[in-house]
Design a protein around this ligand. Structure first.
Ligand SMILES: [Ca+2]
Length: 387
């Protein structure tokens, strides 16, 4: 062990001396793998909206995207049989726009039969996600952050296959799932109960971002992340290709010419239909578009929500926060978890590190007010040169 350490040290010293150290994170960008129930046409268009963030933020080095697909929703069981597919079109559009080559692949489409199910018997197409995920982990020289915005199925089955690799190479699992109360079974938990129970008791380092309170997914509490945009008008001021990407997603388009769509001027009818989109028309509770994933990307990218004098609320890198700003009070707090067999959990705060932490915000209404200013500014800045 000592000899190995010493030779590694010598090697690093040698490489540094001749200037060829090229760790993945040398630029300061954090390597991240996203697991998302991203469909085209969208199921929750929030997944299509939020995936822009890891593409655009310089603090993040997006290594790959795994599609967390459920066969019933692929078949449109919730949507009058209107079929959907894994989000290949969305990822191809974003690779096109951002000039990247982020790889993507599917995980299993069916639920785990038990907590120790490794989904070995699914078709080869649904095994590709595992191959990609394990390759990305093995290739990364620094620990990888994993952000999960769908069910826990893929990560739980992956853990049942390669627990040591995941313990060694994962910096933290950022899981957007569950509720701040065990009395409500949230969507991402309900998608695969065995998977949730397995992952949350895996012993891997976990940061939890609950997507609901005891009152459901559209309620705002201290330990969930929901907020809503009051208008989508800012999208019209985004970089044209990004604007068109979002309009394509929100209007659930299925045009084959999905790259041409990004390049052509937006039609007046599509632009009008997009601006007429409102989530509260379908789900109530107020707001044009519902969001659960701003907090996770803030934590992963190190962005603070802060009120900057003469500007307003902005999402700013922690490292460049002005001294005289007012910072919104939020973060991750260590907890002990009690996980039930159906994947629901309760938590209690801990005064020591436990390996599990939960998102917390001081003032949910102020949080929404601040993000209604800050997130549009962040999105309008994507792909545009900054001062
Ligand atoms: Ca999702």
């Amino acid at each position: 062990m000592k000899a190995k350490f010493f030779s590694s040290f010598l090697w690093i010293f040698f490489c540094s001396a001749i200037g060829i150290v090229a760790y993945a994170g040398e630029s300061g960008a954090k390597p991240v793998i996203v697991v998302s129930d991203l469909y085209v046409p969208a199921q929750d268009v929030g997944d299509n909206f939020d995936i822009l963030t890891p593409y655009a933020l310089p603090q993040i080095d997006l290594k790959g995207v795994i599609f967390d697909i459920t066969e019933d929703y692929r078949n449109g069981i919730d949507n009058g049989g209107a079929e959907r597919e894994p989000g290949y079109i969305a990822i191809t559009q974003l690779n096109w726009i951002f000039g990247k080559n982020v790889p993507c692949a599917c995980g299993p489409f069916s639920v785990m039969e038990s907590a120790d199910d490794a989904k070995e018997d699914v078709p080869v197409f649904q095994q590709q996600g595992f191959e990609l995920f394990f390759r990305l982990l093995r290739e990364s020289r620094q620990p990888v952050a994993v952000v999960s915005t769908g069910s826990c199925r893929f990560l739980a089955a992956a853990f049942n296959r390669e627990p040591e690799l995941m313990r060694r190479k994962i910096d933290a699992l950022h899981i957007c799932a569950g509720a701040s109360s065990a009395s409500f079974k949230e969507w991402n938990i309900d998608l695969d109960e065995h998977a949730a129970a397995r992952l949350l008791t895996s012993g891997l380092p976990i940061c939890l971002y609950p997507c609901a309170t005891e009152n459901g997914p559209f309620d705002k509490g201290e330990n969930n992340t929901f907020w809503s945009l009051d208008s989508l008008g800012f999208v019209m001021d985004m970089k044209p290709q990004l604007k068109n990407y979002l309009v394509y997603a929100f209007l659930r388009k299925t045009d084959n010419a999905y790259l041409h769509y990004l390049e052509k001027p937006l039609s007046a009818s599509d632009s009008t239909a997009f601006l007429d989109f409102r989530s509260d028309r379908f789900y109530g509770s107020g707001g044009a578009h519902y969001i659960w994933e701003t907090s996770v990307w803030q934590q992963v990218a190190g962005l603070a929500l802060a009120h900057i004098p003469d500007e307003g609320w902005r999402l700013v890198p922690e490292s460049s926060l002005p001294k005289d700003c007012l910072r919104f009070d939020e973060g991750l707090k260590p907890v002990t978890l009690e996980v039930e067999n159906d994947g629901c959990f309760s938590f209690s705060y801990s005064d020591r590190e436990t390996g599990v932490s939960i998102y917390w915000r001081n003032d949910p209404e102020l949080h929404q007010t601040a993000l209604r200013e800050a997130l549009p500014e962040l999105y309008k800045g994507f792909l545009k040169p900054h001062d």
